[in-house]
Design a protein around this ligand. Structure first.
Ligand code: SF4
Ligand code: SF4
Length: 280
């Protein structure tokens, strides 16, 4: 069963409201124009009854149903949620009830895969944040949770045992790496060689990953009748390979479709290169 409540509402001091409204600019962040946002959340709470009477479809960059949930202005969230209206869902008044009710970020899904103990550790990283900083995708926890649960677990285990603060040791994950390009390789390296190996070889790792991407890109060049492109093409995420490897193909090598047999070519390039790097 999904355990989402604690990432959205970690404690009484804050909440996440990043996914409101679900039709917003995906680049918009809760720390943008923070004073304007704060004023809007305050006003929406104050004018809720009136706004409900004059309900209008939301424009996309804001929602009149999004407001502070408490007088102390600590938590922010949906003022139209059924939990605030004895089970009546008023989100349809904004025109996007379905999207609102189904909004679920990648970070919440990854968080839900963690054990209660791991979740607790994650939330300690945000102990002193307010709702704006907590919701922001510059929040290191949210950045960490963009990676797959396997990588997150390695980071948590290492951070529990080691002295350097999590943020000092692992900021490279979002400052120098990208979960879409590096998710597969980083997880393999962590499994086989551990966190210190990766941390100490970051520059060589980036070189290795870029060379591998160049090599994978050559799969695109094989001619019909001579190689992979003669067979029916499948989206790479449908190949029998880890999803994280299909992201490397798409976002790194710009390979979005390959024949099913392409799996062998991908693995024959990836596995030996990875082994070589691990023993370098
Ligand atoms: S962005 Fe994710 S964590 Fe934040 S409220 Fe939405 S689902 Fe919850
Ligand atoms: S109706 Fe509620 S859930 Fe939907 S965008 Fe507005 S505040 Fe968010």
């Amino acid at each position: 069963m999904l355990k989402l409540a604690s990432l959205c509402f970690p404690d009484p001091e804050k909440s996440c409201f990043y996914c409101c409204p679900p039709i917003r600019d995906p680049e918009a962040d809760t720390l943008d124009n923070i004073e304007e946002r704060r004023a809007a959340l305050r006003l929406n709470r104050k004018n809720l009854a009136e706004n409900i009477l004059r309900a209008q479809e939301i424009p996309g960059d804001s929602c009149w149903g999004l407001g502070f949930l408490d007088d102390a202005e600590k938590q922010a969230g949906c003022l139209l949620h059924p939990l605030r209206h004895n089970g009546r869902d008023l989100r349809h008044l904004t025109g996007y009830q379905f999207k609102c009710a189904n909004a679920l970020c990648r970070e919440a899904l990854v968080f839900a895969e963690l054990s209660p103990d791991e979740q607790k550790f994650c939330l300690t990283l945000c102990r002193d944040m307010d709702s704006f900083t907590y919701s922001s995708r510059s929040n290191p926890l949210m950045r960490l949770l963009a990676w797959e649960a396997g990588v997150v677990r390695f980071v948590i285990d290492d951070s529990r045992e080691n002295k350097p603060p999590f943020i000092d040791k692992y900021a490279f994950l979002w400052q120098e790496l990208d979960f879409r390009l590096d998710g597969f390789l980083v997880f393999e390296i962590l499994k086989k060689a551990g966190t210190d190996f990766l941390c100490q070889r970051l520059a060589p790792y980036i070189l290795f990953r870029n060379r591998l991407i160049e090599d994978l890109r050559t799969l695109q060049n094989e001619r019909p009748g001579q190689g992979l492109t003669s067979a029916p093409l499948l989206p790479v995420h449908k190949l029998d390979i880890p999803l994280s490897l299909s992201r490397l193909l798409k976002f790194g090598a710009d390979l979005w479709e390959l024949p099913a047999a392409g799996r062998e070519s991908i693995l024959s390039k990836t596995e030996p290169a990875l082994e070589k790097f691990l023993h370098s």
